[in-house]
Design a protein around this ligand. Sequence first.
Ligand SMILES: [Zn+2]
Length: 278
Amino acid sequence: MTEKITIGEFTVTVLTDGSSHLPPSAYPGADFGRFPGLLDDTGTYRIRLGAHLVQGPAGTFLVDAGAGELTLPFPPELAEANALSNPPQHLAKAGDLPAALAAAGVAPEEITRIFVTHLHLDHVGWLPHFPDATVHYGAGDWPLLVDAAPADDPTRVIMQAAEKAGVLRPYEPGEHEVVPGVTVLPVPGHTPGHVVIALSSGSEQLWFTGDLIELPGQLTDRDIHFMTDVDRSQAAAARARLFARAKAEGIVIAAAHLSDPSFRRITPADTWADATRS
Ligand SMILES: [Zn+2]
């Protein structure tokens, strides 16, 4: 099933690349007893790996670029640390994004721009599949996630190749419009250079929130974090600020890893609603 939503003149489509099974320890502060049904029978929370396709007057582009061909077995020590008696086979498995794009009727060369929310591998994995696309990214991530990474780190290898190819365009500082209807909001916290990509057309708005929201319960519980958040309090404060604005303005939220629903609105009662049904 293809998941998509219309935002004014834009169409946004979910491109699924694969999935990851994350154990409770990935979410410091989360009490999974309060969220029945979130963990599956392996005792892990299954998240989507992927990207979003955006088609509109400003062109055809991607927000994030999936994880690439990736198979990571579930580490036995992680199963042990989380007391998982029936752990999943994979921590992460991906590789489906090109097929998902083809199923959406789009050829790789039609993608002219890729707006990256942050420089983690599961957001830049397929950049080499789009060698001619301009890659917009947050320069604040470069020192930590490229320069300081080991020489064979996949993110470093991918980003240095893109740099060499001359396709990189760092975001300007502050909130700014890159192309008509596409605005970048710097939201450091998960990573130093993390951004939210805001789509706007007519009276409708959608935010691609990347990895700022990792668990649905973060809507009301500020003490739930994610293991790779570099600055937890900064991320939590940013979430609170963005949730308040999204609720007040009826902005649709598309988090990189959340599905069921993939496109969300915040109700007046501070619960999530499926934005494709309202
Ligand atoms: Zn991610």
